[in-house]
Design a protein around this ligand. Structure first.
Ligand code: MG
Length: 308
């Protein structure tokens, strides 16, 4: 058991109190605002602004609030490394992994996939060459994804098409919220397919777990039990790696179909070449047509106008 003491201002203490409202313990010690207990730590916040994190993994909870306080990236990164000290034994047992693709690409949808991998399949997947999709060339991605589907690995896949993406964005949804909802929905769908809740769930972390939780809360959803957030999860979890492969293959397939529809070979990424292509499309089909093919709130839309 170890502990961390930190000092926070009143506004963060207020956020903390709300965040831990379902985990609060009573009575609170003298001078304390609240005391709460999570899987990783017991958190005691004092009126002075001092907060004591103690337990198995106090750094996991402390890190959330250090980021809120605006610690330097270096300091936060140092905290992040403590992920290595965390008990990651769930990675070698049956678990669900989820990942998404297309969030950094101006053209094309966002795809999201959750995969359930059993302990005795892990070696086979590694031998097949399943790893982080970013490390695999596109043509190989398509082959590997097909192989995963053919071997009957349980998975769930969702495609958030551009029209829907753009309408959610106009409604005020951040891309982070869309991602959180996609992860949540694919995991949900997969567990229903399985007929039982998975032993563990690993999400490739794209935002603070606290923020992810708030996205879910805003839609009256609750985090699935046994969910773990890991940065660079596709390098730690074979299930996340498999999910990254299927999600990327689906993104590539969607891009091929959209290119057919557009009559232009749509480019991946969000580079200057993408701006120029968007300009060509505006000239040929009108700006409104981008709604079907692109994430129109990206800066590329305005940059494209310079080329008109
Ligand atoms: Mg990811």
């Amino acid at each position: 058991m170890s502990h961390i003491t930190e000092t926070f201002n009143a506004s963060i203490l207020d956020k903390m109190k709300k965040f831990y409202q379902d985990n609060q313990l009573s009575p609170t010690p003298q001078g304390a605002i609240f005391r709460a207990k999570t899987e990783d730590a017991t958190i005691t916040a004092y009126r002075s602004g001092k907060v004591l994190f103690q337990g198995k993994n106090p750094d996991v909870e402390a890190r959330i609030w250090q980021e809120f306080r605006g610690d330097s990236p270096a300091k936060v990164a140092k905290g992040r490394n403590s992920q290595e000290n965390k008990d990651l034994s769930f990675l070698t047992g049956n678990h669900i992994g989820s990942d998404e693709s297309g969030t950094g690409d101006y053209f094309g949808p966002v795809t999201s996939c959750a995969v359930y991998v059993q302990k005795d399949q892990m070696q086979q997947l590694k031998d097949m060459g399943i790893q982080d999709s970013k490390a695999i060339p596109d043509d190989k991605i398509k082959v590997l994804s097909k192989q995963l589907v053919q071997m009957g690995i349980p998975y769930s896949l969702m495609v958030l098409k551009n029209e829907k993406y753009n309408s959610l964005q106009k409604k005020g949804w951040s891309q982070g919220k869309m991602k959180a909802m996609l992860h949540h929905s694919t995991i949900d769908q997969l567990q229903r397919k399985l007929g039982f809740p998975a032993e563990a769930i690993v999400i490739d972390q794209f935002c603070l777990p606290a923020v992810y939780n708030n996205y879910l809360k805003s839609e009256d959803l609750k985090l699935h039990p046994h969910t773990h957030f890991l940065t660079k999860a596709e390098t730690h979890s074979i299930a996340v790696a498999a999910a990254s492969v299927i999600a990327r293959a689906s993104f590539l397939k969607e891009m091929d179909a959209l290119s057919q529809d557009a009559g232009f070979n749509l480019l991946k990424g969000a580079s200057q070449k993408v701006d120029q292509l968007a300009a060509k499309m505006i000239k040929a089909k009108g700006e409104a047509s981008l709604n079907t093919f692109a994430k129109v709130h990206f800066a590329n839309t305005n940059k494209a106008k310079k080329y008109l």
